[in-house]
Design a protein around this ligand. Structure first.
Ligand code: SF4
Length: 264
């Protein structure tokens, strides 16, 4: 994907073409003809300075900012002729433009033991680590990850492709959850997992998913086709496989997608 578009009509065509690709970074056209940008920071913890910056951008280019259920801030109502300038302002201010394509999305997390009185494990360092490792890795369909600090699962652990929640003796890991027209509750893959071991579970799940899934298939469907016990056995057999290759692929794909953020 090249950063070549420089007119509104080309932007429309590029937007349509990108919608089905991994790393797609633009919400595209709204019903009213304006555009939106989906902006984020890791763990969704905005500093006061970041709120000031994003407020200035919203005031200058858009109508409102909307916090999505995936913990992104969607800048809504950008007129077409201001789109490139708004996008450039977001990137120059140090924010990320979130993917809505077929890849590993940003990690959703609650505040966990750092702030929540119920937290049993620290969510934010782990969520940040998982995001840095795997975000942007191309997958057969979108892949959502969430991290909750206790069994209350405020980050919707069991409704994500890979969800974890803290317990007194480690993390419980669930796979295959999703929302949509046919919601699925994730199944438990492992328990008492220590923080340093969580990335290797996610790596193994992604490896099996990328190998076994049919095109455009969410992992819930893949698990349903294979059977959970078969899927789990495949994942466990991959647990000790080094995953530097996945980290590199994710980084390469993310950088390519970022480079594609047109500045006009
Ligand atoms: S999941 Fe637990 S730790 Fe996280 S916000 Fe909810 S109650 Fe607090």
């Amino acid at each position: 994907m090249e950063t070549t578009v420089n007119s509104d009509s080309e932007l429309k065509q590029e937007t349509l073409q990108r919608k089905k690709q991994s790393g797609y970074r633009c919400l595209g056209k709204q019903r009213d003809g304006n555009y939106s940008l989906c902006v984020g920071v890791p763990t969704a913890c905005f500093s006061a300075a970041q709120f000031r910056k994003i407020s200035d951008i919203i005031e200058k280019f858009a109508s409102v900012g909307h916090f999505s259920t995936a913990q992104s801030l969607i800048i809504v109502g950008i007129p077409e002729h201001k789109y490139y300038e708004a996008k450039r302002a977001v990137l120059d201010a140090g924010f990320e433009i979130r993917s809505i394509g077929k890849d590993v999305r940003q990690v959703k997390s609650c505040t966990g033991a750092d702030f929540s009185p119920f937290g049993l494990q620290r969510t934010m360092p782990l969520a940040t680590e998982l995001e840095k490792m795997f975000r942007g890795l191309p997958t057969p369909m979108k892949f959502k990850t969430s991290v909750s600090g206790c069994p209350n699962c405020c980050a919707n652990t069991k409704l994500n492709d890979f969800g974890i929640h803290g317990t007194v003796d480690g993390w419980k890991i669930f796979v295959g959850g999703k929302m949509g027209a046919s919601p699925v509750i994730a199944e438990e893959l492992a328990s008492r997992v220590q923080p340093d071991d969580v990335p290797k579970y996610l790596a193994a799940v992604l490896r099996v998913y990328n190998k076994e899934a049919q095109p455009n298939e969410r992992i819930a469907k893949t698990i349903s086709r294979l059977g959970f016990e078969t899927f789990k056995a495949n994942v466990l057999s991959m647990l000790n496989t080094p995953f530097d290759d996945l980290i590199k692929s994710a980084k390469d794909a993310y950088e390519k997608a970022e480079a594609c953020n047109c500045i006009g």
